[in-house]
Design a protein around this ligand. Structure first.
Ligand code: BDP
Length: 344
């Protein structure tokens, strides 16, 4: 009896394996005339997905596309990466989980939500640690900056490159001229615990939520304000519902392009090299697009009637959030020292 019930399964299993083997081969083996090259010699063909939360013309998506184009060129069309903008594959937190599993192969996300998956990246959410873009990039390109990107491997993610994301500023429905004006406001932040401490220190109430929910939350008054860089303030239309922008530049939270460690580990050395080189080369394009977009966004939101307040004296802002730095200083000592070094 036992044999009888088992036999069909074995036959089915064998048939299935042969079928899968043939199906897999069909994609990998090419026949030119009489010559058939093996998958090993020619390299495998892949089609991967890359998720990004931003719209099609946004600088990160333009960087992603450049990356995909370079991978395609360098692999002679063998490796194809389809870019899915507009959160089509989900909000960042959910996408990161999918990338850890290898269900989505690539993504470009902010290091803000990444901090909940890898504590080291939380350092970028600490307030006022970079003076400007030059300081930030000097650090990102330093050994310590590269080490941080590599540390993602312990979280089943392989960081390939940093992309620019400028500086983040607060904006709200009510006018904000000084740090005191934020008191009591309900402010949306990126989903990580350092941001909650930051908002607490400002005497406001943190409301962590996915990026895609911010517009309607502002519109319906669930929150009073949020914070982001010029390009996101513009492209998300937040400037239409929270017209008061105060340029305090509290964070510079770099974007990260990464691949699932599950996918990475299955790749051959040549493909790893292609992917890494393409990601590194795409940074130039992304940063150029960033600089252009940032300027246009600034002009656009001002023309649309946003009230933009410059902060001439950062001291009261920095003093207010000092408890946050004090709380995390020992945890991030090495990196904070390296960030200070990069200032010199
Ligand atoms: C933008 C980042 C994006 C984040 C968003 C946010 O580019 O990846 O999702 O901020 O605030 O600047 O969540």
């Amino acid at each position: 009896m036992k044999l009888l019930t088992k036999q069909p399964t074995v036959i089915l299993g064998t048939t299935l394996s042969v079928f899968l083997l043939l199906a897999g081969c069909a994609d990998d083996v090419k026949t030119t005339g009489n010559v058939t090259t093996s998958p090993q010699a020619e390299g495998k063909k892949y089609t991967f997905r890359l998720a990004d939360t931003h719209p099609d013309n946004y600088p990160t998506v333009l960087g992603d596309k450049k990356f995909a184009e370079l991978v395609n060129q360098k692999s002679n069309g063998r490796i194809k990466i389809d870019v899915f903008p507009n959160s089509q594959l989900g909000e960042e937190k959910a996408v990161i989980e999918q990338v850890q599993l290898g269900a989505i192969e690539f993504t470009r996300v902010s290091s803000g939500p990444l901090a909940e998956f890898n504590k080291s990246l939380g350092v970028f959410s600490l307030p006022y640690i970079f003076d400007n873009a030059a300081h930030e990039w000097k650090f990102l390109e330093s050994d310590k900056g590269k080490e941080l990107l590599s540390s993602l491997e312990s979280s089943k993610l392989k960081g390939l490159a940093y992309y620019d994301s400028g500086a983040r500023n607060f904006y709200s429905k009510k006018p904000v001229k000084s740090v005191e004006d934020l008191k009591g406001m309900k402010l949306r932040v990126q989903q990580n615990k350092i941001n909650i401490d930051l908002i607490d220190a400002l005497g406001a109430n943190a409301s962590p939520m996915p990026y895609g929910e911010v517009f309607s939350s502002l519109q319906t008054g669930v929150i009073d304000g949020a914070e982001n860089n010029y390009p996101s303030y513009d492209s998300s239309n937040h400037y239409q519902v929270a017209k008061n922008l105060v340029l305090d530049g509290h964070q510079r939270v770099p974007e990260v392009v990464m691949i699932s460690k599950v996918t990475w580990d299955k790749l051959g050395d040549e493909d790893k090299k292609i992917i890494q080189e393409a990601a590194t080369e795409s940074v130039k394009t992304q940063r150029e697009e960033w600089a252009k977009f940032e300027k246009n966004s600034e002009a656009k939101v001002k023309a649309a009637g946003a009230t933009v307040t410059e902060v001439t004296d950062l001291k009261p802002w920095q003093d207010k959030v000092k408890p946050v730095i004090d709380k995390y200083r020992s945890e991030y000592k090495d990196v904070l020292d390296a960030i200070d070094q990069a200032r010199k």
